[in-house]
Write a protein that binds this ligand. Sequence first.
Ligand code: CA
Length: 222
Amino acid sequence: MRVLIVEDDGMIGESLREALRGQGFAADWVRDGRAADAVLASERFDAVLLDLGLPHKSGLQVLTALRARGDATPVIVVTARDALSDKVAGLDAGADDYLVKPFELDELLARLRAQGRRVAGRANPVLAVLDLRLDPATREVTRGGRPVLLSAREFALLQALLERPGAILSRAQLEDRLYGWGEEVESNAISVYMHQLRRKLGDDLLHTVRGLGYYAGPAKDA
Ligand code: CA
């Protein structure tokens, strides 16, 4: 999951980015409203964590402009303003959720997962293909009921593929989901992780379509 953090407080921004990256998210961070505007107009994110009080342009203005462009990216307003009128204004400007600082990371992660389900139109929190199960909340993966231990990157890659079973995702799309700005990506990283996943999960679930990318699910005829 690729997440944009919009936060002018250096300590909060950096700790959020590192915490999310530690969970296998591709997390990027901008510090003001104008930078947020520019990035959101040119890059795609799975969710935005949006502070309201920002230099140059308020979070509310960023949100209003985003929705005016017809962009439906999930936005969770994250702010210290806990006045009822601020919550109402944020939600009415097009926010999908609202979190008041200070908050627990676990609650933020659960709200991000909920947005992911909403976008995918999925009510069941557990991702499954054949006898493979991935639980984004507990981070448990089982194949045929047997637990499989994955690294954070392997987990993130598998999750991205399982969220859209049968859909072919290109290497660039998958790199986007795994790496934030400034994180070094080895040119063969995705194929190395795919190899490790097949070794751990069996080679009947994850498939390569030469020149196009990868998909999860039962093999399709070429
Ligand atoms: Ca602020």
